[in-house]
Structures are given as C-alpha cells and as structure tokens.
Design a protein around this ligand. Structure first.
Ligand code: GLA
Length: 757
C-alpha cells in the first residue's frame, strides 16, 4: 500500500519506492505538510516542528491562546489566503459580497486504486498496479467552497503528482482569482533554484542560482508555456551535482500562461506554488460547478540532477505520452529551410525522389501548401490546398511520396488566422481582439478564440477531412505567435479573464479529438520551434520541434537544457545546411548529424544541393541512427559535461539499463593547442564487466601518435573495465578543427579482465 492513514496521529503518508511524503490534519482541521524526502517509516514526523511564537504571525481563532500555532509559520498542503498565512496563497477567491480569501479545513479523504483523471486536461495515467490516488476534501465554510486535493502516487516510478479541483458547494456564485495546482512547503535545507529561461531560437537555457529571501517567479503571460520560461523548476541542494545530492523537481503539465513562485520565508522555509498564471486569469464558479487545476509532477532524489532527468524521462514516456508512436518517427526530411514558401508539385517530387534515394523515410511538406499562402501574410485558417502550387492536390503528392516508399507529413497551424483569409472574412469575431482597439499582430496573424466550441468544431471538421482524404501520416502542429488582446467575443464582460485558460482547454479538446480520431497519425508539436515544449503538450504530441535554431552548436545548449526535464525521444532535431540560416556558422556535417541524433533525427535541407560525399555520409548516418535509436530513445541519458555547455567540450552519453551498451557523444566547441585531449567519466556501466569500443565515428582532425588513425587505435582489441571507465574515465586525444566530434559505442563483452578480477 502506497498510501497510509494513521487514525491516531491523523497523518496521511504516501510512499514511493525511494521517497515518503507526509501530511497531517491538525486539531483545527488545517492540513499541514510534514515531509517529502527519502523513504522513512510512516510514523508521524510532526516532531520536526518545534512550535515558537514568531511574532506578528496571526493565530486561528481556535488557537487564540496558543501564540505558537500560526498558519504563517507551519508548513501547509494548500495555503489559504487572507486568514493568517502571509506567504504565497494557493487559492484566492472572492464571494459576491466582496469578501475575499479562504480558510480551508479538512472534511474527509479517500484512497483509491489507480490514477485520477482531470476532465479536459492532460494528466498522467497509471493502472491499478502502477498508481494509487489520494483525494483529500477541504472546505471553506464562509463561501461554501470545496477543494479536492489529488495526489497520484506512482510507487515504482518514484513520482507523486498533484492537482486540485475546486467546487462551489455554496448557493452564490464565487470568483476564483487564483487556483493553483501545487503548494509544496519545503521547511528545511539550503537551496538553489534551477530554471529554464530563453527566447525564440534559444529555448530552455538552464540557470542555477541561490534562493534569496522573498519571491522568485518563473512564469509566462504569453498564452503559451513559452520559449521564455519553461514550466519546470528544480530545487537543488547547494552541494548537489549531476550525480549526487538532493534535488526536488516540480513540472507543471500545462501549455498556457503559467506561474511558479518560489518563496523563501522568514523561517527559512521554501514554498513552491505552481499553476495557471493568475495575472491573466479569473474564473466564475456558479453553485454546483467545478474547476480543475492542471497537474504537477513531483520528483525527489538524493542522487543528483541526472537522476531527476532519468525519472522525468521515464515517467513522461510511460505515464504521460499517450501516443504509441513515440520514438517511432521515420527519419524525415522537412521542406521548410530548403524551400520556405517557394515550391511546385514538380519541385516537391524531385525533392522526394532525391530523399528516397538517400534512404529517408518521410517527406514533410511544411508551411505554404494551403490557401493563398505565398508568404506569412495570408492564408492561415484556409486549410485547403493551394491549387496554383499543387494543381493535382495534396493527394497527388501523398500518392507520389508513398509510391517512393516514404510516408507523407504535413504542417498546419490551426490556432491562427490571417486577416487575409477566407476564414477571417467569414468570421472576424472568431479572432481574439478588444472591441474598439486595433489588435497587435504577430507574424501578421491573429489568434483564434479556441475557447469557442464552434471554432474548435469547425477546425475539427476541416482538419479531419484534410487528414482522412489526403493520405497524411504525420502532422506538424505549429503555433507561431503569443497571445495579445485577450478578449473573447463570445464571453460576457465579467467572464473575460477566463478567455486565456478557455483557449488552452479548446486547444486540448481539438488535439484530443484529432489524436483520438487518427491514432496512427504521428503528431509533432511546435510553436516557432520550442515555444510550447511542456508535459501538457506531450500528452497529445509524442514529439516537439525543439527550436527554430538548427545550428548544431546552439542546439547543444538548447538540447541539454531541454534534457533536464524532457525525454530525448521527444526532441525534434534535424540536420540543416551550412552556413546555418540562423547563425551563419559552419559546422561539419558529421557533427551536425551527431547533434540531431540526440533527438528524433531528420533533415531540413535540399538533397539536390548535397555533394556526392555528403550523400554517402547521409546514407551512413541514417543506417547508424536506425541502429542506435532504441538506445538513444529508451536508454538512460547522462550529461557528462556542464549543462550550460561552457566547457571546451560538450559530452553526453546514453547507457542501456542493463549496462550492456553505452554511446558516448562528444563535441569539441573550443579546440586548444597543446592540450591533453578530452577526458570524460562514463556512467551507467556495470563496474565489474568488460567493455570494448564496437564503433567509432569521428569528425575533424585527430592527433595521434605513430600515424595510426584514431579509429584504428580505438577499435583495436582494447578492453576496459566498467569501473575504470566510470571511475578513472576515458581520454580522447585532442580533436582539432571547427567543432570536431566523436561518437563511440561501448559494448560489454563476455570476458574477464585480469584487472577486473
Ligand atoms: C515555425 C516553425 C518552423 C516552420 C515555420 C513555418 O517557425 O518552427 O519550423 O514550420 O514556422 O512557417
């Protein structure tokens, strides 16, 4: 049993394989948080809290003679507002008499087999043998508001999920001003905050800093989880590293405007409150109605950041991504960087023919195939083929591509509309815009009001016709601007603050309907690259285009930052031409491929422009990725160099769970004269096993003694013990030139080494 209620102490304890989480109902009915950390027995941990009068911290009415009992000091499971806890509230609401705040008291709880669902929202799933659910009912008597706190306990996966449902059980309408998913108090410890900031073409840059007193916020008000701050934070003990130390992750499965506040309070307690961003949110709740706040995935470890990544990777792959097509994307070629809007049926078919000859498995026709779309100024919304470019229609192209033995994929951007489109001319009120004000434009397009059922219905009709009638195997679902002028022409004035969240609910609804109707179609998410790379999206799309920056060296940092929370098999990554279109940088072809292989792997270039030498390299790369994709997509991922990629080399590794194989990847970003070469320590091997290097692929100039090539030297019959590779490490001779790289496949051999014995 993963969830245990102790009637004497009124504690509820959640156990996962390696962790314990405990809460307690105090004599006043407040639900206190007691502990989240390494697994301990389920005996009460209330002794941890030595009560003191902190001064200026109010006392609940029932405790008015106990000045040492205050909601402002004690750790809480779901903090109230305006009733004595001055720290971050989890829930704020106003009643129709103008009174605001909450005082939540315990009513009852339930322990249920399996994992709870959240209506209309993405949420992790687990069978009765994988997960248990705790639901705790709290109530605010003054307003009649009921809050059900939900906890999903995944014992084997070592994860705990949180969500909250808020029900108006009173007789008057209430207005939610803030409805968080998570409040987690961390009473003890010395913490750094790791978060992921960025911008377009520079997503998920990891930044680690000491927490200081006050509030640090990680948020987006953009209507998308955003390029700018990802809804994922990790508290790291000051001493924690990749391989050791306590880390606590909180990942919000939500794709809209989000906010995670981290507060270090007067006593040294850290409070994390996470959920929908209250800056662009309010919600009217009529009597009997329920509001669901999205899910947060919690993970605790004492084995460093690498272990946090490992847990999130596994969990997202097994319990969040519904599609069976994860890690199954054919090696694709995308038309965007090669052709932009400029193609004809003939050019496309040449492109497809060239790609097929190289062994590429899917052609993706990107932007420009629909409506009057010859630039990004028109056409969005009109999801029918542009017959002046493709007179025989899409089906003709799809048939041609299929006849070459390839799959056919298509780009769409359903949530948007250009003013210059038939859809906008027919339904101008379907776009978000404030009455009397010219809307702000982004890429000269407007945002559709996805909160309206008729908009979602119309899109579902258009898109399901498109997919079912044109032999589509894959869809790239883009979203190329952030929200402004948030005003729905379908909502009354008092409900306007609901528009932003209703939009996301509409997006989820459309994605749910389409992915359910077409389970064999692979959906890839995208938002100007990785502007909506979050666990919510992964529920519907098993992979997401990671960034519009395809420069392999920029991608090292972007993909490494992304890897902290998200599985490698979900990271859209392609080889593009040089000089790179975003940065102008030139990187060797092999290094570009090596970087893209740590993702879904594909190409974004015109094969007609490749040299014969490059063509043969492409064939080799495709063969190699096919052989390695299982290890890359399902193996354990290790960051061997620092996650900011500030060292001279960037190195990472994939190891098989059973230690039988490991793939070392290394890119020299800063070659040094007279250097000793690059030294790395491998991970995830069996200490007492013997390994050999089964494959070695180099790019760049190598310096080796005695004029043998490095590959020959390494592929000689040399043997290494797992312990040596992990403890003493492995040194590669200096690699020189512009961004040289190496990929080494270590394989366990059935031999015994003297040194191992
Ligand atoms: C976005 C995507 C690109 C491409 C263009 C097309 O920027 O991230 O990959 O699809 O849109 O307009």
């Amino acid at each position: 049993m993963a969830i245990i209620y102790n009637t004497e102490h009124r504690t509820i304890t959640l156990h996962t394989g390696r962790t314990t989480y405990q809460m307690q109902i105090d004599p006043n009915g407040h639900l206190l948080h007691l502990y989240y950390g390494a697994r301990v027995p389920d005996t009460s941990l209330a002794y941890l809290y030595v009560l003191t009068d902190c001064g200026f911290s109010p006392n609940s009415y029932e405790s008015r003679y106990r000045r040492d009992i205050s909601l402002d000091i004690l750790p809480q499971e779901y903090s109230s507002c305006n009733t004595g806890d001055y720290r971050l509230p989890a829930l704020d609401l106003s009643a129709d008499n103008g009174a605001w705040g909450t005082d939540l008291r315990y009513v009852s709880h339930d322990i249920l087999p399996g994992k709870y669902h959240l209506p209309g929202l993405p949420a992790s799933f687990g069978s009765e043998s994988e997960a248990e659910t705790l639901s705790v009912l709290l109530k605010d008597e003054a307003t009649g508001t009921e809050v059900t706190l939900l906890y999903g306990v995944f014992e084997d996966a070592d994860m705990i999920t949180r969500a909250a449902m808020i029900r108006n059980a009173g007789s008057r309408t209430i207005r939610l001003e803030k409805a968080s998913s998570l409040c987690l108090d961390v009473p003890f410890g010395q913490w750094d905050l790791l978060h992921f900031h960025g911008r377009h073409c520079m997503e998920r840059m990891p930044e680690r800093q000491r927490l200081i007193h006050g509030i640090q916020t990680v948020s987006s008000r953009r209507g998308a989880s955003s390029h700018h701050q990802n809804p994922f934070v990790v508290l790291m003990d000051h001493a924690a590293t990749e391989t050791s130390g306590v880390c606590l992750g909180a990942m919000l499965a939500y794709s809209g405007s989000h906010r995670t506040d981290i507060e270090l309070d007067q006593t040294g307690l850290v409070r994390i409150v996470s959920g929908i961003n209250e800056d662009t949110f309010a919600w009217e709740l009529a009597p009997g109605e329920t509001f669901s706040a999205p899910e947060v995935l919690l993970c605790w470890t004492d084995q460093g950041l690498g272990d946090i990544s490992h847990h999130y990777h596994r969990f997202l792959l097994n319990h969040m991504i519904r599609s069976k097509l994860v890690n199954r994307c054919p090696i694709l070629i995308n038309t965007w960087e090669a052709m932009m809007f400029d193609f004809t049926a003939e050019r496309l078919m040449h492109f497809a023919q060239d790609a097929a000859e190289l062994g590429i498995g899917m052609l993706v026709l990107d932007d420009g195939w629909f409506g009057n779309r010859n630039s990004d100024n028109s056409g969005l919304g009109d999801w029918t083929v542009n017959t002046s470019k493709l007179p025989g229609g899409l089906l003709e192209i799809a048939n041609g591509v299929h006849a070459l033995g390839m799959k056919f994929g298509l780009w769409i951007e359903p949530e948007m509309v250009n003013e210059d489109s038939d859809l906008y001319r027919a339904h101008p009120d379907w776009a978000l815009s404030v009455p009397g004000r010219k809307p702000s434009m982004g890429r000269n397009q407007l945002v559709l009001d996805m909160g309206r059922c008729e908009v979602v219905d119309a899109l579902f009709e258009m898109l399901s016709t498109l997919i079912s009638q044109n032999g589509i195997d894959y869809i790239k679902w883009d979203m190329n601007r952030n929200m402004t002028d948030i005003y729905s022409h379908a909502l009354p004035e008092e409900r306007q603050p609901e528009a932003s969240h209703r939009y996301i609910l509409g997006v989820y609804d459309l994605m749910d309907r389409l992915t359910t109707a077409f389970p064999e179609v692979l959906f890839e998410g995208c938002a100007g690259g990785g502007g909506r790379f979050d666990a919510g999206m992964l529920y519907y799309t098993p992979q997401i285009w990671c960034s519009d920056d395809t420069d392999a060296i920029e991608r090292l940092t972007i993909q490494m930052g992304t890897s902290v929370g998200y599985p490698i098999a979900t990271v859209g990554a392609h080889v593009s031409i040089c000089p790179n279109q975003q940065t102008g940088r030139t990187v060797p072809f092999g290094t570009r491929a090596l970087t893209a292989m740590s993702g879904t792997f594909g190409y974004e270039l015109d094969p007609a422009h490749l040299t014969e030498e490059e063509k043969s390299q492409v064939k080799g790369q495709i063969e190699r990725f096919k052989k390695l994709r299982e290890l890359i997509g399902t193996g354990r991922y290790h960051r061997l160099s620092d996650f900011n990629c500030e060292q001279d080399v960037v190195a990472w590794e994939f190891s098989k769970e059973d230690g039988s194989q490991a793939l070392l990847n290394l890119v020299v970003t800063h070659p040094r004269a007279n250097g000793h070469g690059s030294h790395v320590k491998l991970r995830g091997l069996c200490s007492d096993a013997v390994y050999r290097i089964a494959e070695a692929v180099f790019e760049g100039r190598q310096i080796v003694l005695e004029s043998t090539s490095l590959s020959e030297t390494l592929l000689e019959d040399r043997r290494f013990s797992g312990a040596s590779l992990m403890q003493a490490g492995f040194t590669l001779p200096p690699l020189l030139g512009d961004y040289p790289s190496v990929q080494l496949l270590f394989e366990r051999v059935d031999e015994v080494l003297e040194c191992v014995r």
